[in-house]
Design a protein around this ligand. Structure first.
Ligand SMILES: *Cc1c(COP(=O)(O)O)cnc(C)c1O
Length: 444
Protein backbone atom coordinates (compact mmCIF):
# COMPACT_ATOMS: atom_id res chain seq x y z
CA UNK A 1 0.00 0.00 0.00
CA UNK A 2 1.09 3.55 -0.64
CA UNK A 3 2.22 5.60 2.29
CA UNK A 4 -0.09 8.53 2.65
CA UNK A 5 1.14 11.69 4.30
CA UNK A 6 -0.96 12.73 7.25
CA UNK A 7 0.71 16.08 7.92
CA UNK A 8 -0.54 19.45 6.68
CA UNK A 9 -0.39 20.93 3.22
CA UNK A 10 3.05 20.84 1.63
CA UNK A 11 2.51 24.38 0.36
CA UNK A 12 2.25 25.50 3.98
CA UNK A 13 5.22 23.51 5.23
CA UNK A 14 3.89 19.95 5.53
CA UNK A 15 5.13 16.76 3.93
CA UNK A 16 4.25 16.19 0.25
CA UNK A 17 1.66 13.47 -0.38
CA UNK A 18 3.41 12.04 -3.44
CA UNK A 19 6.64 10.37 -2.41
CA UNK A 20 7.20 7.59 -4.92
CA UNK A 21 9.08 8.50 -8.07
CA UNK A 22 8.22 6.09 -10.79
CA UNK A 23 9.21 7.12 -14.29
CA UNK A 24 7.72 3.97 -15.80
CA UNK A 25 4.18 5.04 -14.96
CA UNK A 26 4.52 8.22 -17.01
CA UNK A 27 7.14 7.56 -19.69
CA UNK A 28 6.04 8.45 -23.21
CA UNK A 29 6.47 7.68 -26.00
CA UNK A 30 7.39 4.04 -25.46
CA UNK A 31 10.10 3.25 -28.01
CA UNK A 32 10.70 -0.47 -28.38
CA UNK A 33 13.57 -2.45 -29.94
CA UNK A 34 11.06 -3.56 -32.59
CA UNK A 35 10.50 0.09 -33.58
CA UNK A 36 14.24 0.65 -33.74
CA UNK A 37 14.65 -2.37 -36.00
CA UNK A 38 11.81 -1.18 -38.26
CA UNK A 39 13.40 2.27 -38.60
CA UNK A 40 16.83 0.79 -39.32
CA UNK A 41 15.29 -1.38 -42.00
CA UNK A 42 13.96 1.69 -43.81
CA UNK A 43 17.24 3.57 -43.39
CA UNK A 44 19.34 0.70 -44.69
CA UNK A 45 17.18 0.38 -47.78
CA UNK A 46 17.34 4.16 -48.27
CA UNK A 47 13.53 4.03 -48.53
CA UNK A 48 12.74 7.11 -46.45
CA UNK A 49 10.88 8.88 -49.27
CA UNK A 50 9.15 5.81 -50.73
CA UNK A 51 5.54 4.93 -49.99
CA UNK A 52 5.61 1.13 -49.62
CA UNK A 53 5.82 1.01 -45.81
CA UNK A 54 3.36 3.89 -45.59
CA UNK A 55 0.83 2.00 -47.71
CA UNK A 56 1.13 -1.05 -45.46
CA UNK A 57 0.60 1.20 -42.44
CA UNK A 58 -2.46 2.78 -44.09
CA UNK A 59 -4.01 -0.61 -44.83
CA UNK A 60 -3.44 -1.74 -41.25
CA UNK A 61 -4.73 1.52 -39.81
CA UNK A 62 -7.89 1.36 -41.93
CA UNK A 63 -8.46 -2.25 -40.85
CA UNK A 64 -7.99 -1.30 -37.18
CA UNK A 65 -10.31 1.70 -37.43
CA UNK A 66 -12.85 0.12 -39.74
CA UNK A 67 -12.87 2.64 -42.57
CA UNK A 68 -12.48 1.95 -46.26
CA UNK A 69 -9.60 4.36 -46.80
CA UNK A 70 -6.72 5.77 -44.79
CA UNK A 71 -4.23 8.28 -46.21
CA UNK A 72 -1.06 9.01 -44.25
CA UNK A 73 0.22 12.58 -43.91
CA UNK A 74 3.38 14.11 -42.52
CA UNK A 75 1.42 15.81 -39.69
CA UNK A 76 -2.05 15.80 -38.21
CA UNK A 77 -2.31 19.43 -39.27
CA UNK A 78 -1.72 18.36 -42.88
CA UNK A 79 -4.37 15.64 -42.57
CA UNK A 80 -6.87 18.26 -41.35
CA UNK A 81 -5.95 20.67 -44.15
CA UNK A 82 -6.41 17.91 -46.72
CA UNK A 83 -9.66 16.75 -45.12
CA UNK A 84 -11.08 20.26 -45.33
CA UNK A 85 -10.18 20.55 -48.99
CA UNK A 86 -11.42 17.03 -49.68
CA UNK A 87 -14.91 17.70 -48.27
CA UNK A 88 -15.12 20.89 -50.33
CA UNK A 89 -14.06 23.77 -48.08
CA UNK A 90 -12.90 26.68 -50.23
CA UNK A 91 -12.87 30.46 -50.62
CA UNK A 92 -15.71 32.22 -48.86
CA UNK A 93 -16.84 29.17 -46.92
CA UNK A 94 -17.21 28.84 -43.18
CA UNK A 95 -16.03 26.01 -40.97
CA UNK A 96 -17.66 25.54 -37.57
CA UNK A 97 -15.29 24.40 -34.84
CA UNK A 98 -15.04 24.49 -31.07
CA UNK A 99 -12.83 27.27 -29.71
CA UNK A 100 -11.62 24.87 -27.02
CA UNK A 101 -9.07 22.91 -29.05
CA UNK A 102 -5.59 22.96 -30.50
CA UNK A 103 -5.36 25.46 -33.36
CA UNK A 104 -4.88 22.85 -36.11
CA UNK A 105 -8.53 21.80 -35.74
CA UNK A 106 -9.56 24.99 -37.53
CA UNK A 107 -6.67 27.16 -38.77
CA UNK A 108 -6.04 25.15 -41.95
CA UNK A 109 -9.33 26.73 -43.11
CA UNK A 110 -7.35 29.97 -43.43
CA UNK A 111 -5.03 28.28 -45.92
CA UNK A 112 -8.09 27.51 -48.07
CA UNK A 113 -9.52 31.05 -48.01
CA UNK A 114 -12.30 30.07 -45.61
CA UNK A 115 -13.35 31.55 -42.27
CA UNK A 116 -13.82 29.94 -38.87
CA UNK A 117 -17.00 30.22 -36.82
CA UNK A 118 -16.72 29.02 -33.25
CA UNK A 119 -19.43 27.10 -31.44
CA UNK A 120 -19.66 26.53 -27.71
CA UNK A 121 -18.97 23.25 -25.92
CA UNK A 122 -20.96 21.24 -23.39
CA UNK A 123 -19.77 21.69 -19.81
CA UNK A 124 -19.40 17.97 -19.05
CA UNK A 125 -17.90 16.61 -22.26
CA UNK A 126 -15.95 19.77 -23.27
CA UNK A 127 -16.97 18.86 -26.84
CA UNK A 128 -19.19 20.72 -29.33
CA UNK A 129 -22.66 21.60 -28.09
CA UNK A 130 -24.97 20.47 -30.92
CA UNK A 131 -27.56 23.14 -30.00
CA UNK A 132 -25.00 25.91 -30.47
CA UNK A 133 -23.75 24.33 -33.70
CA UNK A 134 -27.33 24.42 -34.99
CA UNK A 135 -27.48 28.15 -34.15
CA UNK A 136 -24.17 28.89 -35.90
CA UNK A 137 -24.89 27.07 -39.18
CA UNK A 138 -25.34 29.62 -41.94
CA UNK A 139 -25.58 29.71 -45.73
CA UNK A 140 -21.80 29.65 -46.04
CA UNK A 141 -21.16 26.76 -43.67
CA UNK A 142 -19.37 23.99 -45.51
CA UNK A 143 -18.03 21.83 -42.72
CA UNK A 144 -18.22 21.14 -39.00
CA UNK A 145 -15.07 19.99 -37.22
CA UNK A 146 -16.05 17.76 -34.31
CA UNK A 147 -13.10 17.52 -31.93
CA UNK A 148 -13.07 14.60 -29.50
CA UNK A 149 -11.56 16.84 -26.89
CA UNK A 150 -9.07 15.47 -24.36
CA UNK A 151 -10.13 12.04 -25.61
CA UNK A 152 -13.82 12.52 -24.77
CA UNK A 153 -16.01 11.59 -27.75
CA UNK A 154 -18.16 14.40 -29.12
CA UNK A 155 -21.90 13.76 -29.29
CA UNK A 156 -21.85 12.54 -32.89
CA UNK A 157 -25.52 11.54 -33.39
CA UNK A 158 -27.01 15.05 -33.15
CA UNK A 159 -24.02 16.58 -34.94
CA UNK A 160 -24.49 14.24 -37.90
CA UNK A 161 -28.22 14.98 -37.90
CA UNK A 162 -27.58 18.74 -38.09
CA UNK A 163 -25.05 18.23 -40.87
CA UNK A 164 -27.50 16.08 -42.78
CA UNK A 165 -30.27 18.64 -42.42
CA UNK A 166 -28.09 21.46 -43.74
CA UNK A 167 -26.10 19.52 -46.31
CA UNK A 168 -22.74 20.19 -44.67
CA UNK A 169 -19.86 17.81 -44.08
CA UNK A 170 -18.45 16.66 -40.75
CA UNK A 171 -14.74 16.20 -40.14
CA UNK A 172 -13.83 14.44 -36.91
CA UNK A 173 -10.61 15.62 -35.31
CA UNK A 174 -9.68 12.46 -33.42
CA UNK A 175 -6.15 13.62 -32.58
CA UNK A 176 -6.84 13.19 -28.84
CA UNK A 177 -8.97 10.08 -29.02
CA UNK A 178 -7.38 7.17 -30.87
CA UNK A 179 -9.45 4.10 -30.09
CA UNK A 180 -12.15 5.93 -28.11
CA UNK A 181 -15.68 4.61 -28.58
CA UNK A 182 -18.88 6.57 -29.06
CA UNK A 183 -21.84 4.34 -28.22
CA UNK A 184 -19.71 1.28 -28.89
CA UNK A 185 -18.21 2.41 -32.21
CA UNK A 186 -14.75 3.83 -32.79
CA UNK A 187 -14.48 7.60 -33.22
CA UNK A 188 -13.20 8.55 -36.64
CA UNK A 189 -15.87 6.40 -38.34
CA UNK A 190 -18.84 8.79 -37.95
CA UNK A 191 -17.97 11.87 -39.96
CA UNK A 192 -17.48 12.20 -43.71
CA UNK A 193 -13.76 12.28 -42.95
CA UNK A 194 -11.56 12.05 -39.88
CA UNK A 195 -8.07 13.22 -39.06
CA UNK A 196 -5.72 11.87 -36.40
CA UNK A 197 -2.47 13.41 -35.23
CA UNK A 198 0.16 10.75 -34.62
CA UNK A 199 2.92 13.02 -33.27
CA UNK A 200 4.91 11.68 -30.37
CA UNK A 201 2.96 13.38 -27.59
CA UNK A 202 -0.32 11.77 -28.67
CA UNK A 203 -1.57 8.44 -27.42
CA UNK A 204 -0.76 6.81 -30.76
CA UNK A 205 2.79 8.08 -31.10
CA UNK A 206 4.84 7.43 -34.23
CA UNK A 207 7.21 10.39 -34.59
CA UNK A 208 5.53 13.07 -36.68
CA UNK A 209 2.51 12.09 -38.70
CA UNK A 210 -1.19 12.29 -39.33
CA UNK A 211 -3.85 10.03 -40.77
CA UNK A 212 -6.91 10.91 -42.81
CA UNK A 213 -9.66 8.29 -42.77
CA UNK A 214 -12.86 8.10 -44.78
CA UNK A 215 -15.30 5.68 -46.36
CA UNK A 216 -15.91 8.02 -49.27
CA UNK A 217 -13.85 7.33 -52.40
CA UNK A 218 -14.24 10.88 -53.70
CA UNK A 219 -13.06 12.43 -50.43
CA UNK A 220 -10.11 10.04 -50.36
CA UNK A 221 -9.15 10.83 -53.95
CA UNK A 222 -9.48 14.59 -53.44
CA UNK A 223 -7.07 14.28 -50.52
CA UNK A 224 -4.66 12.32 -52.73
CA UNK A 225 -5.01 15.03 -55.36
CA UNK A 226 -4.34 17.76 -52.82
CA UNK A 227 -0.95 16.74 -51.47
CA UNK A 228 0.17 13.36 -52.78
CA UNK A 229 1.15 13.92 -56.42
CA UNK A 230 3.30 10.78 -56.37
CA UNK A 231 0.14 8.70 -56.04
CA UNK A 232 -1.95 10.35 -58.73
CA UNK A 233 -1.55 7.25 -60.87
CA UNK A 234 -3.90 5.44 -58.46
CA UNK A 235 -6.83 7.84 -58.96
CA UNK A 236 -9.98 6.18 -60.31
CA UNK A 237 -12.44 9.07 -60.69
CA UNK A 238 -12.25 10.42 -64.21
CA UNK A 239 -12.86 14.09 -63.42
CA UNK A 240 -10.01 14.01 -60.91
CA UNK A 241 -7.64 12.02 -63.13
CA UNK A 242 -8.03 14.61 -65.85
CA UNK A 243 -5.87 17.07 -63.89
CA UNK A 244 -3.61 14.62 -62.08
CA UNK A 245 0.15 14.89 -61.85
CA UNK A 246 0.41 18.16 -59.95
CA UNK A 247 -0.85 18.63 -56.38
CA UNK A 248 -3.99 20.77 -56.32
CA UNK A 249 -3.11 22.11 -52.89
CA UNK A 250 0.41 23.07 -53.89
CA UNK A 251 1.61 21.04 -50.93
CA UNK A 252 3.55 17.84 -50.37
CA UNK A 253 2.07 15.91 -47.52
CA UNK A 254 3.39 12.35 -47.69
CA UNK A 255 4.51 10.65 -44.50
CA UNK A 256 8.20 10.10 -43.82
CA UNK A 257 8.75 6.35 -43.88
CA UNK A 258 10.68 6.41 -40.59
CA UNK A 259 7.33 7.43 -39.11
CA UNK A 260 5.26 4.86 -40.97
CA UNK A 261 7.72 2.12 -39.94
CA UNK A 262 7.28 3.13 -36.30
CA UNK A 263 3.56 3.44 -36.91
CA UNK A 264 3.16 -0.18 -37.98
CA UNK A 265 4.75 -1.35 -34.73
CA UNK A 266 2.88 1.20 -32.58
CA UNK A 267 -0.44 0.16 -34.08
CA UNK A 268 0.13 -3.47 -33.08
CA UNK A 269 0.96 -2.55 -29.48
CA UNK A 270 -1.72 0.13 -29.21
CA UNK A 271 -4.72 -1.91 -28.00
CA UNK A 272 -2.74 -3.32 -25.07
CA UNK A 273 -1.25 0.10 -24.21
CA UNK A 274 -4.67 1.70 -24.43
CA UNK A 275 -6.13 -0.89 -22.06
CA UNK A 276 -3.40 -0.15 -19.49
CA UNK A 277 -3.94 3.60 -19.74
CA UNK A 278 -7.70 3.18 -19.46
CA UNK A 279 -7.31 1.01 -16.34
CA UNK A 280 -4.85 3.48 -14.80
CA UNK A 281 -6.90 6.62 -15.44
CA UNK A 282 -10.14 5.01 -14.34
CA UNK A 283 -8.48 3.83 -11.13
CA UNK A 284 -7.29 7.38 -10.42
CA UNK A 285 -10.76 8.85 -10.89
CA UNK A 286 -12.50 6.00 -9.06
CA UNK A 287 -10.37 6.85 -6.02
CA UNK A 288 -11.68 10.42 -6.19
CA UNK A 289 -15.34 9.58 -6.69
CA UNK A 290 -17.44 11.77 -4.38
CA UNK A 291 -14.61 14.18 -3.44
CA UNK A 292 -16.03 17.73 -3.51
CA UNK A 293 -14.66 20.23 -6.00
CA UNK A 294 -13.33 17.72 -8.51
CA UNK A 295 -14.97 15.50 -11.13
CA UNK A 296 -13.62 13.13 -13.72
CA UNK A 297 -13.84 14.22 -17.35
CA UNK A 298 -15.00 10.85 -18.61
CA UNK A 299 -18.15 9.33 -20.09
CA UNK A 300 -20.55 7.53 -17.72
CA UNK A 301 -19.58 3.92 -17.09
CA UNK A 302 -21.57 1.38 -19.01
CA UNK A 303 -22.57 3.92 -21.68
CA UNK A 304 -20.48 2.24 -24.38
CA UNK A 305 -18.64 5.55 -24.76
CA UNK A 306 -14.98 5.50 -23.69
CA UNK A 307 -11.86 7.66 -23.81
CA UNK A 308 -9.39 5.34 -25.56
CA UNK A 309 -5.86 6.52 -24.78
CA UNK A 310 -6.88 9.44 -22.52
CA UNK A 311 -4.66 12.01 -24.23
CA UNK A 312 -4.33 15.27 -22.25
CA UNK A 313 -6.39 14.08 -19.26
CA UNK A 314 -8.15 16.83 -17.36
CA UNK A 315 -10.42 17.07 -14.39
CA UNK A 316 -13.41 19.32 -13.87
CA UNK A 317 -12.91 21.79 -11.06
CA UNK A 318 -15.86 23.25 -9.15
CA UNK A 319 -14.63 26.23 -7.07
CA UNK A 320 -18.14 26.80 -5.66
CA UNK A 321 -17.78 23.53 -3.72
CA UNK A 322 -14.48 24.69 -2.18
CA UNK A 323 -15.36 28.12 -0.85
CA UNK A 324 -14.52 29.78 -4.17
CA UNK A 325 -10.86 28.68 -4.12
CA UNK A 326 -9.35 29.52 -7.50
CA UNK A 327 -8.11 26.72 -9.71
CA UNK A 328 -4.72 28.46 -9.84
CA UNK A 329 -4.29 28.28 -6.07
CA UNK A 330 -5.67 24.73 -6.01
CA UNK A 331 -3.07 23.64 -8.57
CA UNK A 332 -0.29 25.47 -6.74
CA UNK A 333 -1.11 23.43 -3.63
CA UNK A 334 -1.24 20.21 -5.67
CA UNK A 335 2.15 20.89 -7.23
CA UNK A 336 3.64 21.35 -3.76
CA UNK A 337 2.27 17.88 -2.95
CA UNK A 338 4.24 16.46 -5.89
CA UNK A 339 1.19 16.29 -8.16
CA UNK A 340 1.97 18.13 -11.42
CA UNK A 341 -1.34 19.97 -11.88
CA UNK A 342 -1.92 22.87 -14.26
CA UNK A 343 -4.96 25.11 -14.32
CA UNK A 344 -7.11 25.02 -17.45
CA UNK A 345 -6.73 23.08 -20.67
CA UNK A 346 -6.36 24.69 -24.10
CA UNK A 347 -6.91 28.43 -23.98
CA UNK A 348 -10.05 29.32 -25.97
CA UNK A 349 -8.90 30.20 -29.49
CA UNK A 350 -11.51 32.89 -30.11
CA UNK A 351 -9.80 35.07 -27.48
CA UNK A 352 -6.53 35.10 -29.42
CA UNK A 353 -5.82 38.26 -31.48
CA UNK A 354 -5.56 36.18 -34.66
CA UNK A 355 -9.26 35.45 -34.34
CA UNK A 356 -10.40 38.61 -32.59
CA UNK A 357 -8.82 41.20 -34.88
CA UNK A 358 -6.60 40.00 -37.67
CA UNK A 359 -7.73 40.58 -41.23
CA UNK A 360 -5.66 37.84 -42.86
CA UNK A 361 -6.85 38.42 -46.44
CA UNK A 362 -7.39 42.19 -46.36
CA UNK A 363 -11.18 42.03 -46.55
CA UNK A 364 -11.64 45.03 -44.28
CA UNK A 365 -12.84 43.07 -41.26
CA UNK A 366 -11.53 40.30 -39.04
CA UNK A 367 -11.24 37.12 -41.06
CA UNK A 368 -13.32 35.25 -38.53
CA UNK A 369 -16.41 36.94 -39.92
CA UNK A 370 -15.07 37.91 -43.30
CA UNK A 371 -18.07 36.40 -45.06
CA UNK A 372 -20.87 37.42 -42.68
CA UNK A 373 -22.58 40.34 -44.40
CA UNK A 374 -24.40 41.34 -41.24
CA UNK A 375 -21.06 42.12 -39.60
CA UNK A 376 -19.64 40.60 -36.48
CA UNK A 377 -21.24 37.42 -35.25
CA UNK A 378 -22.74 37.55 -31.81
CA UNK A 379 -20.83 34.51 -30.84
CA UNK A 380 -20.30 34.63 -27.14
CA UNK A 381 -19.16 31.26 -25.86
CA UNK A 382 -20.04 31.33 -22.17
CA UNK A 383 -19.28 27.68 -21.41
CA UNK A 384 -15.95 27.76 -23.24
CA UNK A 385 -14.93 31.01 -21.54
CA UNK A 386 -15.55 29.48 -18.10
CA UNK A 387 -13.44 26.38 -18.81
CA UNK A 388 -10.03 27.90 -17.89
CA UNK A 389 -11.28 28.46 -14.33
CA UNK A 390 -13.14 25.16 -14.09
CA UNK A 391 -10.64 22.54 -15.31
CA UNK A 392 -7.17 21.33 -14.40
CA UNK A 393 -4.69 19.05 -16.11
CA UNK A 394 -3.93 15.82 -14.27
CA UNK A 395 -1.06 13.35 -14.75
CA UNK A 396 -1.36 10.96 -17.65
CA UNK A 397 -0.85 7.55 -16.04
CA UNK A 398 0.28 5.04 -18.66
CA UNK A 399 0.43 2.01 -16.36
CA UNK A 400 -2.06 0.95 -13.67
CA UNK A 401 0.59 1.20 -10.95
CA UNK A 402 -1.61 1.28 -7.88
CA UNK A 403 0.92 2.70 -5.39
CA UNK A 404 1.72 5.69 -7.60
CA UNK A 405 -1.89 6.36 -8.50
CA UNK A 406 -3.07 6.12 -4.89
CA UNK A 407 -0.53 8.71 -3.78
CA UNK A 408 -1.67 11.12 -6.49
CA UNK A 409 -5.31 10.63 -5.53
CA UNK A 410 -4.34 11.15 -1.88
CA UNK A 411 -2.74 14.46 -2.84
CA UNK A 412 -6.03 15.67 -4.32
CA UNK A 413 -8.01 14.55 -1.28
CA UNK A 414 -5.55 16.27 1.01
CA UNK A 415 -5.74 19.61 -0.80
CA UNK A 416 -9.53 19.37 -0.89
CA UNK A 417 -9.69 18.51 2.82
CA UNK A 418 -7.49 21.50 3.70
CA UNK A 419 -8.86 23.93 1.12
CA UNK A 420 -9.92 26.50 3.74
CA UNK A 421 -6.27 27.06 4.67
CA UNK A 422 -5.61 28.12 1.08
CA UNK A 423 -8.31 30.75 0.79
CA UNK A 424 -6.28 33.41 2.64
CA UNK A 425 -3.43 33.36 0.12
CA UNK A 426 -5.66 33.08 -2.94
CA UNK A 427 -4.80 35.95 -5.27
CA UNK A 428 -6.74 34.34 -8.10
CA UNK A 429 -3.67 35.05 -10.20
CA UNK A 430 -3.75 31.93 -12.31
CA UNK A 431 -7.37 31.94 -13.42
CA UNK A 432 -7.36 32.00 -17.15
CA UNK A 433 -5.25 28.88 -17.25
CA UNK A 434 -4.33 26.91 -20.32
CA UNK A 435 -2.03 27.48 -23.26
CA UNK A 436 -2.49 28.19 -26.95
CA UNK A 437 -0.22 25.40 -28.09
CA UNK A 438 -0.77 22.75 -25.50
CA UNK A 439 0.53 19.34 -26.36
CA UNK A 440 0.35 17.61 -23.02
CA UNK A 441 -0.81 19.34 -19.85
CA UNK A 442 1.34 17.38 -17.47
CA UNK A 443 4.46 15.41 -18.05
CA UNK A 444 6.05 13.99 -14.99
C1 LIG B 1 -2.02 17.62 -32.09
C2 LIG B 1 -3.31 18.06 -32.66
C3 LIG B 1 -3.47 18.34 -34.03
C4 LIG B 1 -2.33 18.50 -34.98
O1 LIG B 1 -1.54 17.44 -35.14
P1 LIG B 1 0.01 17.56 -35.51
O2 LIG B 1 0.36 16.15 -35.78
O3 LIG B 1 0.70 18.13 -34.30
O4 LIG B 1 0.13 18.44 -36.68
C5 LIG B 1 -4.74 18.62 -34.49
N1 LIG B 1 -5.80 18.66 -33.66
C6 LIG B 1 -5.67 18.43 -32.35
C7 LIG B 1 -6.91 18.49 -31.51
C8 LIG B 1 -4.43 18.15 -31.80
O5 LIG B 1 -4.30 17.98 -30.49
Amino acid sequence: MARVATSGLALLGGEPAVRVRDEGTFRWPIVTPEMEAAVLGVLRRGAMSDVDVTQQFEAEFAAWLGTRHALAHNTGTAALHAAMFAVGVGRGDEVICPSLTYWASCLPAYALGAAVVFADVEPDTLCLDPADVARKVGPRTRAIVAVHYAAHPADMDPLMAIAERHGVKVIEDASHAHGALYKGRMVGTFGHAAAFSLMSGKSMAIGEGGMLATDDRRIYERAVLFGHYERHGSLELDDLRAAAGLPWGGVKYRMHQLSSAVGRVQLRSYPAQMAEIDAAMNLFWDLLEGVPGVRAHRPPKGSGTTKGGWYAPAGHYRPEELGGLSVGRFCEALRAEGFPARPGVNRPLHLHPLFEDVDVYGDGRPTRWAFRDGGALADSLPVTEAVPGRTFGVPWFKKPNRAVIEQHAAAVRKVVDHHRELLAGDQDADVGGGTWGMSTPTRS
